[in-house]
Design a binder for this molecule. Sequence first.
Ligand code: ATP
Length: 334
Amino acid sequence: MIQLRNVVKTFDTKQGVVEAVKDVNLHVKKGEIHGVIGYSGAGKSTLIRCVNLLERPTSGEVIINGIELTSLKLPQLREVRQNIGMIFQSFNLLKTATVFENITIPLRLLNISNEEANERAERYLEIVGLSERKNAYPSQLSGGQKQRVAIARALSQEPEVLLSDESTSALDPETTDSILDLLLKINKELGITILLITHEMNVIQKICDHVYVMERGQVIEEGTTIELFTKPKNPTTQKFLNAVSQRQLAPALIEQLTLEGYILRLTFVGDATGDPLIASLTEKFHVKPNILSANIIELKNGIVGNLVIHLEGQRDEKIVQYLTANGVYVEEVL
Ligand SMILES: Nc1ncnc2c1ncn2[C@@H]1O[C@H](COP(=O)(O)OP(=O)(O)OP(=O)(O)O)[C@@H](O)[C@H]1O
């Protein structure tokens, strides 16, 4: 549904050429939700703006629903863009128009009849749960309500694709959750394919099927959300995960414990708790694992468990092999 092939975007500035996006490939299949995560300046905004050609790539291909956009003439491009809705961190609502008009005015500009525009405004305000505020002005709404209006406006074009540019970054955690629930609902009920950018791992955790980690214009790691949460390879990915999984131990504690043994981080998929695992280690290898931390992370498509244990003595490869054979991903914490 959304494909980027070798997309490059450079900017010529007084200070020289800035390579904001370097050779990015990405493929979001119909009905999936993919997320791009990265720190500030990684190139996320530029990348997502390349998808609807708000930013024209310097090179590479952008393919939406089988149509390559960079070679289209403006009238055809306008038509394809109607199939791509977009929501932003700053909502971008018309301040002097009511909630209802914020939806109908853009539709009227697309030559949609008054009657149809009104019907769509009613329908999509109902879906986002804001029918009762249709006569309010944006200044009378909370941040979460403003984003709901922006979502209803995007949906009213009846697109197959929705792009989300940090749409929850200005919201508190509770409101973020409610907007993420709404995105899940429209993905499921309306079948809309979603590509989002974010700097928050909890957004990825809650709604994404697939993740791309971006740094300095490049995708440095990608995979299903479960893969990334179980086997993060890149230090930047690991840093993002630390924020949601309390994976990190204090360096002083690691130093002290490794003097008299070794520390293993065990990650497993599924709702099994760590208890049987620990019991079986004791039974089979006569060791007494000391649990340093344990948590369960709920992802959109499954549950990932994290257990950090300390074992006394020399590292025993048989223990690692046994755990690996039982589907546990094992890393030594040094
Ligand atoms: N119009 C522009 N002209 C020149 N440089 C730009 C332009 N837009 C972005 N850049 C540069 O491209 C790089 C990537 O910026 P971009 O905004 O895409 O990153 P980001 O990951 O979205 O960060 P943030 O979350 O802070 O917006 C940065 O170095 C930025 O300064």
